[in-house]
Design a protein around this ligand. Structure first.
Ligand SMILES: *Cc1c(COP(=O)(O)O)cnc(C)c1O
Length: 419
């Protein structure tokens, strides 16, 4: 945090100031490999931490329910225009509070309770909001879940087509949270068209890659594209829905007044800044380097004898089965965290273990790539990971690795971190 801001905060609330300072140091000193996380720029932080948080602006630009929108309207309009330009979308709604509310708005726009939704099952790498049973989307709608092939662990579009023909969903989701391979949006679009479903692509994880052309875009073929703004897109925490012009009214009405009250204007401004950054050549290089780094990290892990789901990656994300290393996912994740490498334990497709104690770990390269790390560092990270996972109780080793990682991190300053 900027020193002046820290001082202001510390005077009023030393406890929170201290905890934020410690978290900032943690983010500085660790190799952050959680696939859904990133470092936003100082510019995004500045906009997000601004006085825009003071303002109410229910409604949309030019049609608000509160006065004093002289500056909020152009901020939201800039954000919308940039989103449309970055993704080539006909319409963008930038008000969803996060990815899950964005998805819920998609349901509200097109479905009635009890209608059928089809999405990738959570155990196969799908997201809760695509109809998983504990989610409101599984409880209030009739949910049909597709999976991945047992032999390849890849999504089988023939199987998706067959299931869609049988179940006739009103809404078909593509996308997920633990999908290491390219998603074939055009094939989904064809299936949705055949069965008369709305096709929604959830690109929460990969929107930064899509923006930069490092992953094919669903925008030309999908009715609706939802995304978070804080993962590879490197904006503030939030959500966004893009759609064809014909769906603009339904989507806008579903977000407000359907689901939400006032938009978070400070977040909208932060997102506008991130979308401006996403238009630069630097960002394009960044997104392609995320993929290059993930491929390098995956290849290095395979060299160390790791078992990767689908054998590798096409995007920013790697899903590994660590049980062949004689360790469970949670034990591996905790040992790696102690050694300065932060990732999450994760179920693998057809996991014989329980979700709270699964076989796998999930990792990704958006954050380390934001620090400017490249292929040589990925090799080093894989070596550290393998050493730690091979000796999960060797606390001496963990401390030694954590020290080496602090030294490496000092050479790669993280965006937005000033200490
Ligand atoms: C992260 C994610 C979401 C939800 O985002 P939140 O901001 O955590 O609500 C939705 N869909 C997918 C595919 C995601 O990866």
């Amino acid at each position: 945090m900027h020193a002046a801001l820290h001082e202001t905060l510390a005077k009023v609330d030393p406890e929170i100031a201290e905890l934020i300072a410690l978290e900032e140091k943690r983010q500085r000193d660790k190799i952050r490999l959680i696939a859904s996380e990133n470092y936003v720029s100082g510019a995004v932080l500045a906009a997000t931490g601004s006085i825009l948080t003071n303002k109410y602006s229910e409604g949309y630009a030019g049609k608000r329910y509160y006065e004093g929108q002289q500056y909020i309207d152009p901020i939201e309009q800039l954000c919308i225009d940039r989103a449309k330009a970055v993704f080539g979308a006909e319409h963008a709604n930038v008000q969803p509070y996060s990815g899950s509310p964005a998805n819920l708005a998609v349901y509200f726009a097109f479905l009635k309770p009890g209608d059928t939704v089809m999405g990738l099952g959570l155990p196969a790498g799908g997201h809760l909001t695509h109809g998983w049973n504990v989610s409101i989307t599984g409880a209030y709608f009739k949910s049909v879940q597709y999976g991945v092939r047992k032999d390849t662990h890849r999504i089988d579009l023939d199987e998706v087509r067959e299931l869609a023909r049988k179940e006739r969903p009103k809404l078909l989701w593509a996308g997920g949270t633990a999908v290491p391979r390219t998603i074939e949006f055009a094939a989904y679009a064809e299936i949705a068209k055949e069965v008369g479903a709305v096709f929604a692509a959830d690109i929460a994880h990969i929107s930064g890659l899509v923006a930069a052309g490092a992953h094919p875009s669903p925008v030309p073929v999908a009715d609706v594209v939802s995304t978070t703004t804080h993962k590879t897109l490197r904006g503030p925490r939030g959500g966004m829905i893009m759609c064809k012009a014909e769906h603009q009214k339904a989507i806008d009405r579903a977000v407000f007044p359907g689901l939400q009250g006032g938009p978070h204007n400070h977040t909208t401004a932060g997102l506008a800044v991130a979308l401006r950054e996403a238009q630069t050549d630097q960002f394009k290089q960044y997104a392609h380097q995320i993929v290059a780094n993930a491929k390098a990290l995956a290849a290095a892990l395979v060299e160390h004898g790791w078992s990767l789901i689908t054998g590798g990656t096409d995007n920013h994300l790697i899903l590994a089965d660590v049980t062949p290393k004689g360790i469970a996912g949670k034990v591996a994740a905790k040992a790696l965290d102690a050694a300065g490498m932060e990732l999450n334990y994760n179920s693998i497709p057809f996991d014989p273990r329980k979700p709270f104690d699964p076989s796998g770990v999930r990792l990704g390269t958006p954050s380390v790539t934001s620090r400017g790390m490249r292929e040589p560092e990925m090799k080093q990270i894989a070596a550290w990971m393998d050493a730690v996972v091979s000796a999960p109780t060797d606390t001496g080793l963990h401390e030694r690795v954590a020290g080496e990682i602090r030294e490496l991190c000092a050479k790669f300053p993280a965006p937005g971190i000033l200490i």
